[in-house]
Design a protein around this ligand. Structure first.
Ligand SMILES: [Zn+2]
Length: 380
């Protein structure tokens, strides 16, 4: 039972607005006299049914938060706070998804919007030590031609260092639009050297995953958690080397599984899938990165299996081979370190003994405690 916040890992599935701290949301809402819906403030994670109505409720809450991000200063703040929170959770690498279209009207266009985020990612890397890279994600709610425009823009800023665009994604309701119609956008991204990381296989099952794999050629699948419903497909995904960005709290929040215990993570791992755990939208699901590892622990993963999950996240990241090698060695150090549970009290363990509470709630308490000592984002 080693400290999971000290386990070196990579965070590969986090949305820009969805990463926002609740206190930041409240501050922004207060400053603009915006009334926030009770569902964002009641202290409970968002829970919706896995149907269109449920997605609509999720999207409405997300849009409320996104509507408060209306300036360069706020955009920079979000990137920095996400990196700071990741740093506190042992993340070495954050690959953050953003659709710059949403913020373009407030900063003079889509290109400045992306440039602000990339520059903020570069600064956040320097300030926190977490490598922050960017995934430009098209939305299924927009026209596929907009996706091509975004892909061309993303390619112009492609690179594998922090503060560059490393991948191209496709987000929003999996049921919207025809997957194949985004094929040309992904072809542009691929030709430009970007990894392809579309969402798929969370709200919809194996048929959808098959379509995403065929039409978009993913390097990683955002979620893909339902791939295992068809063992032959899972085998194909594993054989093709497609990693899965599994976000257990998100699956529960969106009603895909009734509780974290039903998330089929152990089955995916047993079939050899390379998994990177992610938080998706901590603002709405009130569950951050370490919470996902806590869930994996509650699903039966021991420290060796959790270390393997962390290795999976690092291997699946788009970081340089040198960075990956360094972090993988740090995972070995974590696993070779003392196990507080097997010592007398564990109080002397680095980072202090952890609360032995279960699941996301325990993680949230710790996040709150960490929050009290967290440095504030510099104001500009
Ligand atoms: Zn997502």
């Amino acid at each position: 039972m080693r400290d999971l916040a000290a386990l070196p890992k990579a965070h590969l599935h986090l949305h820009f607005t969805g990463s926002m701290r609740l206190e930041t949301l409240v501050e922004l809402a207060t400053a603009t006299r915006t009334r926030l819906p009770a569902s964002l403030l009641d202290g409970d994670p968002l829970r919706v049914p896995a149907d269109r109505r449920g997605w609509f409720r999720f999207q409405r809450a997300y849009d409320t938060a996104r509507a408060l991000v209306r300036s360069e200063e706020t955009m920079r703040r979000l990137v920095l706070e996400a990196a700071m929170d990741d740093a506190a959770e042992g993340s070495r690498r954050l690959e953050m998804q953003v659709d710059p279209t949403s913020y373009a009207p407030f900063v003079g266009g889509i290109t400045p919007a992306l440039e602000i985020i990339l520059d903020a990612a570069d600064q956040a890397t320097a300030l926190t030590g977490v490598e922050v890279a960017v995934i430009v994600a098209a939305s299924r709610m927009r026209h596929p031609l907009d996706g091509r425009t975004l892909a061309r823009l993303a390619v112009r800023y492609a690179g594998d260092s922090p503060g560059r665009v490393v991948g191209f994604g496709l987000s929003n309701d999996e049921r919207a639009g025809q997957t194949a119609s985004w094929g040309p956008a992904f072809a542009i991204a691929r030709r430009g050297g970007l990894a392809c990381v579309p969402h798929g296989g969370e709200l919809l099952g194996p048929e959808h995953v098959r379509e995403v794999v065929r039409a978009l050629g993913p390097t990683r699948l955002g979620h893909g958690v339902r791939t295992g419903e068809d063992p032959a497909l899972l085998e194909e995904v594993v054989d093709r080397g497609i990693s899965l960005e599994v976000c257990p709290a998100s699956n529960v929040g969106l009603g895909v599984y009734p509780c974290a215990q039903e998330v089929p993570l152990p089955a995916l791992l047993a079939h050899g899938a390379q998994v990177a755990l992610g938080a998706d939208d901590p603002l709405l699901f009130q569950s951050r990165l370490v919470d996902q590892y806590e869930i994996a622990r509650s699903l039966g993963c021991d420290d060796a299996a959790l270390a393997e999950l962390a290795r999976g996240s690092i291997r699946a990241s788009l970081a340089s081979p040198r960075s990956k090698q360094q972090w993988l060695a740090q995972v070995e150090d974590w696993l070779a370190g003392p196990d507080p549970a097997s010592s007398a009290t564990g109080d002397g363990a680095p980072g202090g003994a952890r609360d032995r509470g279960d699941g996301p709630a325990a993680g949230r308490r710790e996040a709150d405690q960490r929050g009290s000592g967290r440095p504030e984002a510099p104001s500009r």
